[in-house]
Design a protein around this ligand. Structure first.
Ligand code: DQA
Length: 136
């Protein structure tokens, strides 16, 4: 199975920013753990702070499933929502934190309705749980 893990805006700062929320591991370290977990699968990792690049990556994806943590874009990017709607590849929305236990503006996702499902609140394991969902 081929899985594509996409991280959006500010996720490159994981391990440095708001450690009490997102933990102390870098995105590279988290990706390494994901790769080990899915050692029988092919994993690709992509991170961008640029909305259009994320849309392009979704449009050109050739994989069985996309695991997407769009970061703050989750809450307002109609462009990313439309990119998800444009492709047949299923997308699972992911958040490390429980966004519903945080500020009200994080309670809204413009992506969830066009995603296959949503996994949130399990820290770095949210990515693994989302990846596993494609195998059920
Ligand atoms: C996040 C939650 C978003 O609200 C926030 O803007 C992020 C990270 C998460 O993984 O918990 O950047 O997507």
């Amino acid at each position: 199975m081929k899985l594509l893990f996409i991280n959006g805006v500010n996720l490159n700062m994981t391990g440095e920013r708001e450690k009490s929320v997102y933990g102390g591991q870098t995105l590279a370290e988290i990706n390494e753990e994901i790769k080990k977990h899915f050692s029988d699968d092919e994993c690709e990792f992509f991170q961008s702070n640029i909305e259009g690049e994320i849309c392009g990556k979704i449009q050109s994806a050739k994989c069985d499933g996309i695991i997407l943590n769009a970061g703050a874009y989750t809450h307002y990017s109609i462009a990313i929502r439309d990119a998800i709607s444009s492709v047949k590849t299923p997308v699972v929305e992911v958040h490390m934190s429980n966004v519903h236990a945080r500020e009200e503006f994080r309670h809204t996702s413009v992506l969830s309705a066009v995603c296959k499902g949503v996994i949130l609140g399990f820290g770095k394991n949210s990515y693994i749980l989302a990846g596993e969902s494609f195998k059920l």
